[in-house]
Ligand binder design. Sequence first.
Ligand code: NAD
Ligand code: G6P
Ligand code: MN
Length: 441
Amino acid sequence: MKKNSVLIAGGGSTYTPGIVATLLANMEQFPVRQIKLYDNDEERQKVLAEACKVIVAERAPEVNFSYTTDPEEAFTDVDFVMAQLRVGKYAMREMDEKIPLKYDVVGQETCGPGGIAYGMRSIGPIIELIDYMEKYSPNAWMLNYSNPAAIVAEATRRLRPNSRIINICDMPVCLEEIMARVLKLKSRKDMEVRYYGLNHFGWWTSIVDKDGNDLMEKIKEHVSKRGYEEDYPAGQHKEESWLEAMRAAKELLEIEPTTLPNTYLKYYLLADETVEHANKEYTRANEVMDRREVEVFTTCRKIAEEGTSKGYFEVATEHSSYIIDLARALAYNTKERMLLIVENKGSIENFDSTAMVEIPCIVGKDGYEPLVMGSIPTFQKGLMEQQVAAEKLTVEAWIEGSYQKLWQAITMSKTVPSSKVAKLILDDLIEANKGYWPELK
Ligand code: NAD
Ligand code: G6P
Ligand code: MN
């Protein structure tokens, strides 16, 4: 089997040590000869990289490991770029969440005005990564987790239509893992799903076991009582603010009982409640800075100091497994069925063929083949049309430097009550994002 060279872009991400460790634990299914990290924040990346160096030396010393802030060094001789940038880092996420909340509008990383603001920051740097990859390793694939994935995907469709980038999200697989535990299955891979929507905006229409027997009804029974809350204790989505989103699936199912909802629909369909329960002074960004960021960086400093990683980063998460499964499918033509964010092109028959939708695809060495999802009902179609319009307007605003279009984009979001409120939020966001957004006229 050919051995792979992997570059993690956004090497300073809190997810980096987990991805490195999972790569090393999967060497039989996906052999790796080289792992590199790339970030534009040298100091931040170094802390995690020094720990990853120890992890690699202990678990797979034959793998070459290095880290850099130099694009040429990073992108040369690479088969897969796993991208996970957070442009503006947590400090800007905090702004994205708190500015809309000031006007009683949902403040969220990827949804509503906050997601639009984050999108306006991310488009340029993601295009830059694609250009580095095409210059230094033109045959590589970029597997992108960088958010907001919906807006990033639309931007790459518009600006780099022929690039080898695949945009993905871990939320459906994380929720499927919960469903599998509720059903007492070994893993989500014992289920086969049909799912459609936009990123962070979708529904399962069918979940069956390997013999084709329906599993939806049993899952719905659980969701109708507890949402996606379960007894399994640990994990990223178990902190209080996330549990609220998990529980909200119960109400989401009441609104649309023929499908199973992605939790992110909460921010659109239960916006008022979300705002009522929000703490305007302490949002998810604060929670992540105080917990995951501190924990990951403290652990990594400890690993580097003590020279051993025993007991740390030993359990693979869905997040790291999913991106490696995708790389493996492309490298070894496994034809795995995976949810990807791809151009619709008729897969959802009665929906904009140029929309970037999240649907099951078969992945092999030549890329992905989307499955046909057919015609969708009026409720989902209406919601998706409004949401995709907001995403497309954001990308157009970035390309044209248009204040008008960005105002329309924010107005279009179902989280925002009026064009007047949209304008107030937009003007605050422009101030906060100086140096990150193109100048708007
Ligand atoms: P983080 O802030 O810890 O890491 C992001 C890193 O990106 C930082 O080290 C930062 O310096 C770096 N960076 C920012 N701009 C850069 C640029 N122009 N060039 C190179 N590096 C740059 O963030 P995190 O919480 O670990 O999340 C990382 C990313 O992954 C975020 O975009 C997050 O939203 C995304 N994410 C996506 C999914 C998904 O489902 N698609 C799941 C989890 C996380
Ligand atoms: C899920 C989503 C990601 C999002 C993350 C936020 O995993 O799929 O797109 O970035 O949640 O998690 P956090 O712990 O940073 O709030
Ligand atoms: Mn996601």
